[in-house]
Design a protein around this ligand. Structure first.
Ligand code: SAM
Length: 243
């Protein structure tokens, strides 16, 4: 049956792609690509010659009709983004919904994603975590957004552009105080740099801020008051027993 494959591609190092992904990209009839020039480079590296269709944030709804038509004509289609896993802070979610509703299979081909790669070397407990993606752009919206997660114990994973990283770190410091963070820059690339530590120290350090970033913030480390927990547990038990 004609299928839509959601294919993960590298996040920098072109070798970070699976054999299966290469096999799928070589065998499909069409590839939907966020930026056809970026995908072209990847395909050339692996000697794959395929018809590319541009599919991105600004044309994703217009392209639905064409994609359904191609599937109805028995074509297999792959969707890739510029880097990593489609749908992770990248387009793709809507088309998977439409394709599933029209009863064609959607198959995920797993691979690289910046968020998991960054988590491994963050020196922050990896689970549980909350993946946020990009923060709102406006500083006031950022603050309101971050406030919402202030009491959460989960590690927070944020994507950020080099233009805003410094300001974002300031806002995080203002809202959360001196927490442990990890800055993962240019993962899998030549200038990969991981900076782990307390945000106050990191803000004082001269950092080269060029390149792409994943930012991980340690969750709220509350001091546990065991007396209170016992009292709460009693109360819970009380309610459950129906007294
Ligand atoms: N779909 C991608 C994924 O699976 O990770 C994410 C795409 S999103 C549009 C781009 C953002 O991902 C960048 O701004 C950066 O925050 C992060 N990112 C992607 N590649 C990266 C890399 N090599 N090193 C650090 N961060 C990266």
């Amino acid at each position: 049956k004609p299928t839509l494959y959601i294919v993960s591609t590298p996040i920098g190092n072109l070798k970070d792609i699976t054999y299966r992904a290469i096999e799928i990209l070589s065998s499909v009839d069409y590839i939907l690509a966020e930026d056809t020039r970026v995908t072209d480079k990847l395909l050339k590296h692996y000697f794959i010659n395929k018809k590319l269709i541009s599919y991105h944030e600004h044309n994703k709804f217009e392209k639905e009709e064409l994609i359904l038509k191609l599937l109805s004509e028995n074509n297999h289609i792959a969707l890739v983004s510029d880097a990593g896993t489609p749908m992770i802070s990248d387009p793709g979610y809507e088309i998977t919904q439409t394709v599933m509703q029209n009863e064609y299979p959607v198959v995920a081909i797993p691979g690289a994603s910046a968020l998991l790669t960054a988590l491994i070397t963050s020196n922050i407990a990896p689970m549980p975590f909350i993946f946020i993606g990009f923060l709102p752009r406006k500083q006031s919206d950022q603050k309101t957004f971050l406030e919402k997660y202030k009491s959460y114990q989960e590690a927070l994973i944020i994507y950020e552009s080099p233009k805003r990283i410094e300001k974002t770190l300031q806002v995080i410091y203002e809202v959360y105080g001196n927490r442990k963070i990890s800055l993962a820059r240019e993962l899998t690339k030549k200038f990969e740099t991981i900076t782990n530590g307390y945000i106050e120290d990191i803000l004082k350090t001269e950092l080269n801020l060029l390149g792409e970033y994943v930012l991980i913030i340690e969750g709220n480390q509350i001091e546990v008051d065991y007396n209170e927990i016992t009292i709460e547990a009693h109360v819970l038990l009380y309610i459950k027993q129906g007294y």
